[in-house]
Design a protein around this ligand. Sequence first.
Ligand SMILES: Nc1nc2c(ncn2[C@@H]2O[C@H](COP(=O)(O)OP(=O)(O)O)[C@@H](O)[C@H]2O)c(=O)[nH]1
Ligand SMILES: [Mg+2]
Length: 391
Amino acid sequence: MFDELKKRLSSAIKGMVRKEEDEIGKPPEEHGDAENENQKQGSAGAVAHIENAIETDKPIDAQKENTHVATTERDGKQAAGRAHDGREAIKISLSTKIKGKIVGSVALNNDDIAHFLEVLRVSMLESDVAYDTTEEFIGMLDRKLHLLRFDSRNLSSSMIGAVRESLLEILNKNQAHMNLDKLINDSISSGKTPVRILFLGPNGAGKTTMIAKLAHMLKSKGISCAMSASDTFRAAAIEQTEFHANRVGVPVIKGSYGADPASVAFDAIAYAKSHRINVVLIDTAGRQETNKNLISEIQKISRITEPDATIFIGESTSGNRIAEQINEFSKSIKIDGIILTKLDCDAKGGSAVSISDITGIPILFFGTGESYDALVEYRPEFVADAVLPNN
Ligand SMILES: Nc1nc2c(ncn2[C@@H]2O[C@H](COP(=O)(O)OP(=O)(O)O)[C@@H](O)[C@H]2O)c(=O)[nH]1
Ligand SMILES: [Mg+2]
């Protein structure tokens, strides 16, 4: 679950932090007070020396400067090298960094930012994050990294914080569009029940299992529900829905194989009304977005049941293919929410980061296993925590 994305993002961030730490030297806090004071004076001397050299156009020999600045020999050589390349380079990279070391705040080197963003870009694309989302994220982070001043004593967590902020902006984008809990609770309190929830998606995506998980969750919250076995097409589908409903302990309304799935769903709603059941979960046969007959069938089910929410269920392992499927389905039927199943089998995890951004539809839940409680309510923070290192 998110393994690859986490591994790659962590290594990119750690690489960047190591590089910056190398350049700015050890943080002042690691020295005693007296030494620290000497160091500050030495640092200030070095900055003054370099700035003086820049102003007066004298050659700089940073290596000869005998101070207590934790500027490494390599940094000195780099600084001397940059002196020949141009004064700006020295101003930005060396003197700013030495100053940064004193006040504990550093600006990142432009080349380092560009390299870091490129590593992130490749990591995300290769972990199934969609191209457009990756570009948007990189652009956002680029602006942030150029503007921010980082705490040199805490570079790692400041960097993770900046990446996390940009990621959360992407992950949060569409979440306000739908809140299933609120929909159900509002409908119950205003007496507009049963809430009708229609599920659709490809065959084998985990629709029936997910409906059973949701029934289990609702039941545990004291919300009554019924399942409509409206997959009247696939062999053993009715028995499978019935099996789950019995195990979870909720009623199931079924027809016979080949029966009109819309009429089974209609019966389920009537049953829920007469038994004062709060929510009807309507299971349907698997379908591809390219099958015209099955698309008109789901449109008919939707017309007859007038769902309060239509939810697409897809496997997270399908990667970016799901976003294409949803966008294609959306031309024929309005989809209000997405559930991604089998996250436990998805080593990459990137589709969970970008699918909502690409489709404009919120993610509601993740399926994370085969048991009834292998269900995680979607929260942007959950994804950010799962794909970023802790510190
Ligand atoms: N590992 C894992 N397996 C799942 C998950 N959700 C469903 N499955 C399995 O995927 C298979 C197909 O599930 P099913 O509910 O019948 O899919 P449907 O055709 O869309 O109704 C079953 O073997 C489920 O146990 C999940 O989140 N993780
Ligand atoms: Mg099924």
